[in-house]
Write a protein that binds this ligand. Structure first.
Ligand SMILES: Cc1cc2nc3c(=O)[nH]c(=O)nc-3n(C[C@H](O)[C@H](O)[C@H](O)COP(=O)(O)OP(=O)(O)OC[C@H]3O[C@@H](n4cnc5c(N)ncnc54)[C@H](O)[C@@H]3O)c2cc1C
Length: 455
């Protein structure tokens, strides 16, 4: 416990990153206040402030491990809510370019969680902490600072329905987790600081998601069927079993560079048919739709380089999608938010008001690999703007080969999934033994994609 007794931390945004931040702050702060414009308590379904919550989400291995450590027994809670976690490779059918990677038990868990369910379950844990309070249906309108603007001293909030005036919430530490629409860059400018530089990868992606009830189980012992989008087959599909055993399934279709999966029934099915994994189309073509399809557009991945700023006010940090909003097809956002919450915990143990520059530098080091992994893969699409260095071209050619080889070689599937699950650094794929296996096995003809190969 630090020497100084600090009365209050305020978290802006009560979604996943905000909940994780609040839980960590509560280890140090006697009062933690989470502000969100939405109603949160008792909410079980998608909500307005998290429109992406209607679309398929998977929590990858590293995120699952951190969440389980932070909230022991969380996996049991998720299972009790009907979610079925499974092995990241052994229980998921991963298709690349219509070819099924050889399934292998990695020992790593993936949680194909509907986004509202995981948020509700994490929130219910956080709500049990008596000194964490939620201020719901309040918009965050600005920051309060000292006269010299060197330190943030609180936030200004207002009831979402405008029924009351602006209220000031004093705070020793403010953490912005308001997602990709975060206003911190604008607030910094208003206060006389520079905005952070932004790296962008313009993928012009859309998810279109619909739920169906299927009469025969397409998954068997598996938990998901994933047709990963690639430059040669850019249409993707994330097909997940839903909580409960009543045949409810979730299908998110993904299209890049303006090729948006349609929301109308025929257009949606036609798009599914064009995904090079016939078993998904066969499963839903005659299934009963249980809702209308909804679309979410994602113009670009955005990384805000707070670590490069030389001046930043004390008493303010930024986390989660507000710092880095990853291309969602790589399923990195929640796991990276979890990693950042661990860094926050370590920083808080040193100082109840962590030094912003140190915090941003530490999280930047963790963001580097997943960001590069996704950005390099996205540059494989001819229409995505950006410099295609020799390194980018070499890595993309190699990864495509590795995916071909992994159709025959479970150890390569395993290696790839350890990187995708944020357990290993991407450099692990370049170990000499793996390169050799990749080159040896990638020339072999692929088996028929409909037959699941397992080790
Ligand atoms: C289509 C899609 C699919 C995805 N799939 C995956 C996946 O499979 N795996 C994965 O790990 N990640 C995935 N992600 C990313 C993941 O959803 C986020 O990383 C995760 O939700 C953490 O986000 P966050 O808490 O930082 O912000 P958000 O979830 O965006 O939450 C921001 C919160 O701030 C509140 N807020 C915003 N502005 C204000 C304001 N002015 N006043 C008051 N409240 C405000 C909102 O109501 C909301 O509660 C996906 C993202 C998208 C878009």
């Amino acid at each position: 416990m630090p020497e100084q007794l600090v009365p209050r931390a305020v978290v802006l945004g009560g979604s996943l990153a905000g909940l994780l931040a609040a839980d960590v702050l509560a280890e140090i702060y006697p009062e933690v206040l989470v502000v969100d414009r939405d109603e949160l308590a008792g909410v079980t379904g998608p909500r307005r402030g998290v429109p992406h919550g209607r679309h398929a989400h998977g929590l990858v291995a590293r995120g699952q491990q951190i969440l389980e450590k932070q909230f022991p027994g969380l996996l049991n809670d998720l299972e009790a809510a009907g979610i079925r976690p499974g092995d990241f490779s052994g229980d998921i059918r991963w298709y690349f370019n219509g070819m099924l990677l050889r399934q292998a038990r990695t020992g790593l868990l993936s949680v194909p969680c509907t986004r509202p369910v995981i948020e509700r379950i994490v929130r219910s844990r956080v709500q049990k902490v008596s000194h964490i309070r939620f201020l719901e249906q309040h918009d965050i309108v600005g920051l309060e600072t000292t006269a010299d603007k060197g330190r943030v001293t609180g936030v200004r909030v207002q009831r979402h329905d405008g029924s009351a005036g602006v209220e000031v919430l004093p705070a020793d530490l403010v953490i912005d987790t308001t997602g990709r629409g975060s206003r911190t860059p604008a607030w910094l400018e208003e206060l006389g600081y520079s905005r952070p530089a932004e790296d962008k990868v313009k993928v012009d992606l859309a998810y279109t998601t619909r739920h169906f009830r299927v009469s025969s189980d397409p998954f068997g012992s598996d938990i998901a069927i994933i047709a990963a989008a690639t430059p040669s087959h850019p249409r993707g599909a994330l097909y997940y079993r839903q909580p409960g055993d009543d045949g409810l399934v979730e299908l998110s279709l993904t299209g890049v560079l303006g090729d948006y999966p349609p929301v109308d029934h025929e257009g949606f099915l036609e798009f599914v048919r064009s995904v090079p994994v016939p078993e998904i189309y066969e499963s839903v073509r005659a299934a009963e739709p249980v809702d209308d399809a909804v679309m979410f557009r994602f113009p670009a991945s955005v990384r805000r380089r707070y670590e490069q700023l030389s001046r930043f006010p004390e008493g303010l940090l930024v986390m989660g999608d507000a710092v880095c909003s990853f291309n969602p097809v790589y399923a990195q956002g929640m796991a990276v938010a979890a990693i950042e919450s661990q860094i926050l915990a370590a920083q808080l143990r040193k100082n109840a008001v962590p030094r912003p520059q140190e915090f941003f530098q530490k999280i930047a080091r963790e963001i580097d690999s997943p960001w590069d992994f996704a950005a390099i893969a996205d540059l494989g699409y001819a229409g995505v703007e950006g410099p295609r260095t020799a390194k980018v071209r070499m890595i993309n050619a190699y990864i495509a080969r590795l995916q071909r080889a992994a159709v025959h070689d479970a150890s390569l599937t395993n290696a790839f999934m350890r990187v995708a699950g944020l357990i290993d650094e991407p450099a692990a794929l370049l170990r000499p033994g793996r390169v050799l296996r990749t080159f040896r096995r990638s020339g072999r003809p692929a088996p028929t994609p409909l037959v699941a190969a397992r080790d």
